[in-house]
Design a protein around this ligand. Structure first.
Ligand code: ADP
Ligand code: MG
Length: 315
């Protein structure tokens, strides 16, 4: 082991591919096909932390909450996030354990339920923008708005949806435990779905809040906390692009922090998808990281060798 730490963020497509509904067997199969990049990094001697998204899984849980309304007590959003961290963590944990055995790598894989502190005064709380869960009819949506104080938006023709805040992650509560596990040689799965959002009260107590945190931003905060050398974000596209989906689209191979900041300000990266990845890369490098990579799920090895993806460095 070379003692260097790498954070690998698995995008939504690592678990549910386009067009799939997310049946359990599908998710297991997808995870198994998403492990090559992780195995490569382990063979390079990195200590590995894996983070992952949970959008569709939390969406499905919220559908279950609606379907069972009145017959079982409602599960709050924060607890749904915790549940998906456990379930997805398990899928990755078991799949990776099996793969490691086949590869002859004797390492333990551990999922850490991760709480992430957000600022209760974060301005995101007054302007919720992240749609989650099922579509509702107008009258149901208005009732939830009245009875539960939900913020509701109309989603172009498809119905009404709850929107929640997506505040900035500030600190990973279980950071020290994650470090300890890494030092012991374990492979850690953490900050799944961006982590379980919590705020800190005046007296220091943590309390869950019904918001969601972007998993790439949470990954960058985690990467800072554990002094990672690299942050690798594996997603549905090979590279970040300028003028995305326009005739003059241009894929970015190498990117400096200052160029990344400029392109971000120019609005090249769509909010909620590529924008947080580029922001996470900028944060990570500004906080002392060495290299940030954005590439596709099957591109990790070549990107680590500098031959694929978008590679973001200081200069
Ligand atoms: P993940 O689950 O991996 O976080 P997201 O959907 O959140 O995936 O983000 C990746 C998506 O960002 C890509 O699939 C692509 O459609 C979209 N995207 C938005 N802006 C850009 C851009 N400028 N260049 C490339 N992809 C972009
Ligand atoms: Mg995303």
């Amino acid at each position: 082991m070379n003692n260097k730490v790498i954070v690998i963020a698995l995008g939504g497509n690592a678990l549910i591919r386009e067009g799939q509904r997310g049946a359990n067997a599908e998710q297991f199969e997808n995870v198994q096909r998403s492990l090559d990049g992780i195995i490569y990094c382990l063979k390079q001697g990195y200590r590995v932390v894996i983070t992952h998204g949970n959008g569709p899984q939390v969406g499905n849980m919220l559908l279950m909450v609606e379907a069972s309304r009145g017959s079982v007590p409602e599960i709050p959003l924060g607890v749904c996030v915790a549940d998906t961290e456990g379930a997805i963590g398990y899928m990755i944990q078991q799949s990776l354990t099996n793969r490691l055995r086949r590869e002859g790598i004797d390492r333990c894989v551990v999922t850490v339920l991760t709480q992430v502190i957000v600022d209760k005064n974060d301005k995101a709380f007054t302007n919720p923008t992240k749609p989650i869960g099922p579509f509702f009819r107008k009258d149901d949506a208005e009732r939830f708005q009245r009875e539960k104080g939900w913020q509701i938006v109309e989603d172009s023709h498809r119905g009404y949806r709850r929107v929640v805040a997506s505040p900035n992650p500030l600190k990973i509560v279980e950071e020290r435990a994650i470090k300890t596990l890494l030092e012991a040689g374990d492979i850690v799965i953490a900050a799944g779905g961006g982590g379980i959002p919590v705020v800190q009260r005046e007296n220091g107590d943590l309390e869950g809040v019904d918001v969601v945190i972007d998993k790439d931003l949470a990954s960058s905060v985690l990467a800072r906390g554990i002094n990672a050398e690299r942050l690798v974000m594996l997603t549905g596209v090979e590279q970040a692009c300028l003028n995305y989906r326009k005739p003059n689209e241009r894929a970015l191979s190498k990117l400096t922090v200052s160029d990344a900041v400029r392109y971000l300000e120019e609005g090249h990266f769509l909010p909620g998808s590529m924008e947080p990845k580029v922001r996470a890369a900028i944060n990570f490098l500004t906080w002392g990281g060495d290299v940030a990579i954005i590439t596709s799920l099957d591109g990790a090895e070549e990107a680590m060798e500098g031959r694929r993806g978008t590679i973001i460095r200081h200069v």
